[in-house]
Structure formats: structure tokens, C-alpha cells
Design a binder for this molecule. Structure first.
Ligand code: KG4
Ligand code: ZN
Length: 333
């Protein structure tokens, strides 16, 4: 019955979670609003905010779980990938705790954790399953054979899906992060009103940079005819942009499922909070007789519960690390 304290600090969320025997007892996040006025995450400010947040966030996670540090059997943290300054805050904090408490340390890969967020709650997918991991930094189709064995079948060649949402939102004049706002406006809009091109990328890889350019020129031309074009058509523009990003994602996911014959299909990462993607995945799976899995909202965006569940499986297989471990901005799987 291991009890694990997990820390996530790879980008702009400081998060701590306590998990006992694979069950999440608490998951506490401090979101950093400081970046909003800069239109994107400012790495130095993120590191400083993690320094301020990390102790109160850990305390909140322990309090919610009703446990003290003496009950913890292992400390887990996000080792990679992410912003190096942000990762360092979480890693050094976890290493200090491990040393002070004399408890083992578990290093977790952030993208693997996004995939395993699907194992937090019932219903859980069966192995092997496919997972479309879509966040602000990554877009990947992952074949997950076991908690410790994953293969990337396809990934983005340029922007991530979250970036495609955020950059499109910026062109539409929405504040950062614009993904959730596009989702919100899209719900009142007509997705067929404007059509944007689908890139022709071979295999299971993705590309979103062409879409961004297409939106840029489309809005420029329309604004030249009517300066209020965006204001008058915001919902339809958002719905059409969302529809295109979602079809790009789902067409490749469908191809991956057909090629592998795998019928348990998951999504993960911040963009899996998108209502168009969630509805589209469920519709696709229903039509094809596949099973769709979507983690609860709080486990889709960056969170420490996914680090805790990954660490739980690592604990079971004795996959610990020593104090010489250092985080890295990029990392192989
Ligand atoms: O996984 P995540 O929280 O952080 C990273 O590791 O990147 O993902 C954040 C990304 C942002 O680009 C944000 O705009 C996007 O997820 N996102 C959404 C929605 N909620 C978050 N994009 C579209 N629709 C949403 N509802
Ligand atoms: Zn993430």
C-alpha cells in the first residue's frame, strides 16, 4: 500500500498530489495568472512562482489527504520535458524531501504521465491502448503497451495542438491561453461557416503551422473589407477553427486505430478538455465500435495526480532514482 507524494512543476502549474495504493487522495494546483498579460508563459516568472507556491501546494495536498509527511513512502516529481527552471524547482524540492525523509525518489516523464492519467479512474482502458496526447507543448499518438512501455506512432512536425489553439486565439484577439476561450465561443458558432485547409502530412504525423498562416491571411483579408469582421463573426470563426483542429487530430487518430487494430482509444493533455475534441472522439468511437476514454477535466491539464499514478506503477516495479538525477528540458521516452 505505498503512499506517494508527487510534485508537478514542468510549466506554469505548481501541483502536488497524494496517492495511496493507486488511488488519488488529493490533487492540489496553483495556477500562475502572472503570464496572462504577456500572452504566453514567461519561464523566469514561472520558476519564481513555483518557488513561492511549492510549499503551500504540498501542504494543501497533504492536508486534503489527511496525512503528514511521515506517512509518505516515496517522493515523485516531473523530470522532463518542460521549462528547465520550472523543472529544477520541483526536482530539487523533491530531492530535498527524499533526503530529509530518507524515502525513495521516483522521476517521472511528463508526457508518459499525461497518457497514464487515463488509469486514474474507472472505466480504465485495457492494454494495449492508443492515446492522443495533446497539450500546449506536444501532440503525439502514443501506443501504450503497459505502464512502462510506450511508443510514439506519430507527432507534430511544428506547432502543438494547444499552440494551434492559442495562436489562432491570439489572431482572433483573445487573451492567453486562448484554447479554452475558442472552445467557449465555438459552442455558439457554426463550424461549417468558414473552411480552413487540412494539411496533407504523410503517415501519423501532424502539422499546424499552415493552418495558422491560413487563418492569419483569412482574417487580414476579411478585416480589410470590414474592420468589425472578427467581432461580428467571433463564434463562427472560433467554431470553424476548432472544427479544423479537431478533424486534423481525429483523422490521424482514426488512421492509427485502423492500422494497429487497437480498439481502446484515449485522449490526454490540456487540449483533451476541448469539448469539440471530446464530442468528436466519442462520436468516432461509437461509429467504429471502439471504446473511448477521457480523463476527468482536472486530470487533463497539467496536474500532479498523473505524476502520482505513474509513480505508483514505477514504485511497483522498483523503478527508483538516486539523488544525482537532474531534470532535462527535452527527453526521450
Ligand atoms: O497539458 P497542458 O495543461 O499544459 C502543457 O503541458 O502544455 O495544456 C495546455 C494547453 C494550452 O495550449 C491550452 O490553450 C489548451 O491546453 N487547452 C485547451 C482547452 N483547455 C486547455 N484548448 C482547447 N480547448 C480547451 N477547452
Ligand atoms: Zn502537460
Amino acid at each position: 500500500m505505498p503512499t506517494i507524494l508527487a510534485i508537478e512543476s514542468s510549466c506554469d502549474e505548481t501541483s502536488a498530489s497524494v496517492c495511496r495504493d493507486g488511488k488519488i487522495l488529493s490533487n492540489f494546483n496553483a495556477n500562475q495568472t502572472i503570464h496572462e498579460k504577456y500572452g504566453g508563459v514567461v519561464p523566469e516568472l514561472a520558476s519564481r512562482a513555483h518557488m513561492q507556491n511549492i510549499v503551500p501546494v504540498m501542504d494543501a495536498a497533504l492536508n486534503t489527504a489527511g496525512l503528514g509527511l511521515q506517512s509518505i513512502d516515496a517522493i515523485a516529481f516531473t523530470k522532463a520535458p518542460g521549462l528547465i527552471g520550472s523543472l529544477l524547482v520541483g526536482a530539487e524540492f523533491a530531492k530535498s524531501l527524499s533526503l530529509a525523509l530518507n524515502k525513495p525518489l521516483i522521476a517521472v516523464h511528463h508526457m508518459q504521465a499525461h497518457v497514464l492519467a487515463n488509469l486514474i479512474e474507472e472505466p480504465r482502458p485495457s492494454f494495449p491502448f492508443l492515446c492522443l496526447t495533446v497539450s500546449g507543448g506536444h501532440t503525439q499518438i502514443v501506443l501504450c503497451e503497459s505502464p512502462s512501455s510506450m511508443k510514439i506512432l506519430g507527432e507534430t512536425l511544428d506547432d502543438a495542438a494547444g499552440e494551434a489553439f492559442d495562436k489562432s486565439a491570439k489572431l482572433i484577439g483573445l487573451p492567453y491561453p486562448g484554447g479554452p476561450l475558442i472552445d467557449k465561443f465555438a459552442q455558439q458558432g457554426n463550424p461549417k461557416r468558414f473552411s480552413f485547409p487540412e494539411p496533407q502530412i504523410p503517415g501519423l504525423n501532424f502539422s499546424f503551422s499552415g493552418l495558422k498562416t491560413a487563418i492569419l491571411y483569412f482574417l487580414r483579408d476579411e478585416k480589410a473589407k470590414d474592420p468589425d469582421f472578427i467581432e461580428k463573426n467571433k463564434a463562427d470563426i472560433c467554431a470553424s477553427v476548432q472544427q479544423r483542429i479537431v478533424t486534423i487530430l481525429l483523422n490521424k487518430l482514426k488512421k492509427a486505430a485502423e492500422q494497429t487494430g487497437i480498439k481502446d482509444i484515449c485522449i490526454a493533455g490540456g487540449v483533451s478538455a476541448n469539448s469539440g475534441l471530446r464530442d468528436g472522439l466519442q462520436e468516432l468511437c461509437k461509429r467504429k465500435g471502439w471504446n473511448s476514454f477521457i480523463p476527468p477535466f482536472q486530470y487533463c491539464t497539467d496536474n500532479a495526480a498523473m505524476i502520482a499514478i505513474t509513480a505508483y506503477y514505477k514504485y511497483l516495479s522498483g523503478d527508483f532514482t538516486d539523488l544525482s538525477v537532474t531534470p532535462t528540458a527535452r527527453a526521450e521516452w
